[in-house]
Design a protein around this ligand. Structure first.
Ligand code: GLV
Ligand code: GLV
Length: 369
């Protein structure tokens, strides 16, 4: 390379940065743990950055693409979700952007699965009881009981990669599974899970024979003991099947009063004011959230109401936060490796320079001949 390619990363993504430098890239990393102000990203872009590494904390829109005009060749997003990137703007400026699918699928699904268990079995309340020295006696049902997860019915809202991985984990607990997805249905996968269920029952591994099927959202919500959300955030106008506030007063009222909600997808999919009310007034039994309408969760969020603390589990957008998933430099194992590979593919013209063939480019439609 005559002129080194210039990359600005809005946060440190570990050892992968050094691998880029070893390839001859000139890489600048924003040194603080908080996201940089947008004005700083704009300043960097104006100075002639070729590749920008972003996270879900950065708003990527026309203002940024305008600042990068003539230089910026790729935005490499360190996340599977990309609702922080204005796709129409990226397409207008003809800048490909990449994401990091697959490598966080199992970690995210496993976290959703554990959230469900923590909520149902009252792990937080149970630990507080012990730590605060309020465990005065062992008793058949005092001071509270949890709900079993094994054999219950779970609704999987969104059967993309993460939803399917969640199904696989729930099947391990002999759960009945109601699947809902407005756009992507994987009937082969569901059939394979049923075959596994049948075999486990036939061989005496499961006492009951669990079932799995695609249903309407009504049927999913009204029959589920657990509802786990795995949809991307799509706002009105971005899709014919928007997911913004998919969970709202009407949907909470459809759920069973004994049911639990688990959200590891995107915060704005859930109307938090309506959820807080649903929890206060016990329209549903509980909720576990890893994502919020505003992140980090504001101090005055209604979800922090101490009156619902026993049934509202709150986590800090942590589902993919596992060591290999976040930091492995191997593009087949880690978000860091995959993010950097997406960047390299575009900047070094892999796949014969054909952007539509690059596996991690999201907005291929802008480059179709
Ligand atoms: C995390 O939320 C991601 O989209 O990767
Ligand atoms: C994203 O990876 C999804 O499962 O929808």
């Amino acid at each position: 390379m005559s002129q080194p390619l210039r990359v600005f990363a809005t946060c440190d993504i570990g050892e992968s940065i050094n691998l880029l430098r070893e390839r001859g890239y000139d890489v600048e990393v924003y040194p603080k743990p908080e996201p940089p102000p947008k004005s700083l990203i704009i300043e960097k872009l104006k100075s002639g950055i070729d590749g920008l590494i972003t996270t879900l904390r950065d708003q990527v829109d026309a203002e940024l693409f305008e600042a990068g005009k003539g230089h910026l060749k790729v935005v490499a997003q360190y996340a599977v979700g990309f609702d922080n990137i204005n796709r129409a703007d990226a397409n207008r400026y003809r800048v490909p952007f990449t994401n990091t699918p697959d490598v966080l699928t199992e970690a995210t699904a496993e976290f959703a699965f554990f959230m469900m268990g923590a909520l149902a079995r009252q792990l937080w309340n149970a630990e507080h009881l012990t730590r605060e020295n309020k465990w005065g006696f062992w008793h058949p049902y005092l001071p509270f009981l949890g709900d079993e997860v094994t054999g219950k019915t779970v609704a999987i809202i969104g059967t993309g990669r993460i939803g399917l991985a969640m199904i696989k984990k729930c099947a391990g607990l002999d759960m009945n599974i109601l699947c809902y997805d407005p756009v992507y249905q994987n009937h082969d996968y569901i059939k394979a899970i049923q075959e596994l269920n049948d075999l486990r029952h036939a061989r005496g591994i499961s006492r009951e024979k669990p079932w799995i099927k695609y249903v309407s959202i009504e049927e999913a919500l009204t029959n589920a003991d657990f509802v786990s959300v795995h949809v991307p955030l799509l706002r009105e106008g971005e899709s014919s099947t928007p997911t913004y506030h998919l969970f709202n007063e009407q949907t909470f009222r459809k759920m069973k009063p004994t049911a639990f909600l688990v959200n590891s997808s995107r915060g704005p999919v859930v109307d938090e004011a309506a959820l807080a009310q649903a929890l206060r007034e016990r329209w549903i039994a509980g909720a576990a959230l890893d994502v919020y309408e505003r992140e980090p969760l504001p101090a005055d969020s209604p979800l922090r109401d101490p009156a619902i603390a026993d049934r509202c589990r709150l986590y800090p957008h942590f589902a993919s936060a596992a060591k290999i998933t976040r930091l492995s430099t191997d593009p087949d194992k880690g978000m860091a490796g995959r993010c950097v590979q997406g960047l390299i593919d575009v900047l070094e013209g892999n796949y014969g320079g054909d952007i539509t063939k690059m596996p991690y480019v999201v907005n291929k439609e802008a480059f179709a001949k």
